[in-house]
Design a protein around this ligand. Structure first.
Ligand code: BG6
Length: 477
């Protein structure tokens, strides 16, 4: 519907921005940190764009005070960051590393001293390497206990000051890239193993939420899901069904488990038909059902448009990691759906669809299916930026964010409860597979694939735009 009058953003709306440990911190082996699977993976030739890694990243570990000062000057209300598990438990799950714990103490205190709400992600893809070596990480049930032990340690340490927790970041991405496409560690291509690892991640996620509740802390916790709502390419019934399949397989397969503690029926049956179903223990459903989140975290970048795909149709595609527009090879799942070009939307240089209305649709769908409040934990535009005489004129990013923030306001006017909006990302950072040239930040960091240079920070035009949005609580959108 079209609204005659828009509702205002709530007074306590969290205008935020986000990052992840591996993508910003650097200091990969400092102060007792152990290696994570990403520290290992990036050293395998050919795995990342121009062999880039996060050894130095944007050196947030040493420059966090400078970064927080920039946030404070901008008036940022919330900063979402992740804790590197391998800083806390570097070598085994019995011993914590005080220096690693101290780093996040300092970061949290610095944020709070500047009235910035910390939103803390427990896991943004960087499982310690020793857990991968010992028992194949997410493929073993042992991960449930170990993830909960790690979660409990950080809840106890920071729970007095942190009121918003994100359990797993984009389980759908790290699982599918790690075990089906082999583009993330552990670089496996095996759907059976993928669904098993995924099930353990589901139970670990719920177990961590249950642990948080059992500690009686007064905060909120939920996972962040990478949601690309599916559209049918046209009104042909078989394409409508393909879109249903797409959403059930790529979205509800995760979000139903989070919110309802169950797998959606049609996909579960499809898994059984293909002998891909994970092994589940009866007690798992008890854990899953108890571990309902306080909010659904949503990372929204784009929508997907799909059509029917015959049983002998296309399989896995190839994403564009080069920034060469039009180089994506769309894929699908035979007999389920295939991705097709949506002629009605613009695309970025990495072929990501620009579709602000899709964010409103995403929020509406989650609201009506689960009735949970939503925290937008990521949304942003990855583009080439140019530093010209100390300035970055990223009007394209302002347009993108402005339109998406307006879509959030439309959804709020529709009646969806949205707690906050975190852009991706605060500073420029390492894009896992796209190096440093695909930039997302409000703050430009002067480094490239070849050299970290001096890592000097520059405020982009979008930095000033967001400052104004926050000051006016979105009234100027
Ligand atoms: C999300 C992740 O998938 O998207 C981030 O949570 C990531 O870590 C972001 O950087 C953008 O993706 P990319 O591939 O453009 O870096």
């Amino acid at each position: 519907m079209q609204h005659k009058k828009m509702k205002d953003f709530p007074e306590d709306f969290l205008w935020g921005s986000a990052s992840a440990a591996y993508q910003v911190e650097g200091a990969w082996d400092e102060d007792g940190k152990g290696a994570s699977v990403w520290d290992t993976f990036v050293r395998i030739p050919g795995k990342t764009f121009k062999g880039t890694n996060g050894d130095v990243a944007v050196d947030h570990y040493h420059r966090f005070k400078e970064d927080v000062a920039l946030m404070a000057e901008q008036g940022l209300k919330a900063y979402r960051f992740s804790i590197a598990w391998s800083r806390i438990f570097p070598h085994n799950m019995n011993e914590t590393n005080e220096k690693g714990l101290q780093f996040y103490d300092d970061l949290i205190d610095e944020l709070l001293a500047n009235q910035i709400e910390p939103v803390v992600t427990l896991y943004h893809w960087d499982i310690p390497q020793y857990l991968q070596d010992e028992y194949l990480g997410w493929e073993s049930r042992q991960i449930i206990e170990d993830f909960t032990t790690y979660a409990e340690a950080v809840f106890r340490r920071y729970g007095d000051r942190v009121k918003y927790w994100v359990s797993l970041n984009e389980q759908n991405i790290f699982i599918s890239h790690g075990y089906m496409m082999a583009t993330h560690p552990p670089a496996v291509k095996d759907p059976k193993r993928m669904y098993q690892a995924n099930h353990h991640a589901n139970v670990a996620n719920a177990a961590a939420i249950n642990k948080y509740r059992s500690l009686g802390m007064d905060g909120q916790i939920g996972p962040s899901f990478a949601y690309s709502p599916g559209y049918p390419i046209d009104a042909r019934p078989e394409n409508i069904l393909a879109a249903e399949n797409f959403d059930e397989m790529n979205a509800y397969f995760w979000m139903d488990v989070y919110a309802k503690g169950e797998y959606p029926t049609a996909i579960w049956n499809w898994l059984e038909e293909n002998d891909l179903q994970p092994e589940i223990r009866p007690e798992d459903f008890k854990i899953l059902k108890a571990g309902k989140p306080d909010f659904m975290g949503v990372n929204y970048y784009q929508t997907s448009t799909v059509a029917a795909n015959p049983l002998d149709g296309v399989g896995i595609g190839t994403p564009n990691y080069s920034g060469e527009k039009g180089s994506t090879k769309r894929g699908g799942i035979p007999g389920v759906f295939k991705e097709v070009l949506n002629p009605f939307v613009e695309k970025t240089n990495w072929d990501w669809v620009i579709d602000p209305l899709g964010l409103r649709i995403a929020l509406r769908r989650i609201n009506s299916r689960y009735g949970l409040p939503i925290l937008i934990t990521e949304n942003g535009l990855g583009e080439y930026d140019k530093l010209e005489e100390g300035q970055i004129h990223d009007q394209y990013r302002i347009d993108y964010l402005n339109d998406h923030a307006k879509a959030v306001q439309e959804a709020i006017t529709d009646g969806v409860k949205v707690l906050g909006y975190c852009t991706w990302s605060y500073t420029d950072l390492l894009s896992w597979l796209n190096g440093y040239q695909k930039r997302y930040g409000f703050v430009y960091v002067d480094r490239d694939e070849e050299s970290p240079k001096e890592l000097k920070r520059y405020k982009k035009a979008s930095y000033y735009w967001y400052k104004e949005v926050i000051e006016q609580n979105g009234k100027n959108l």
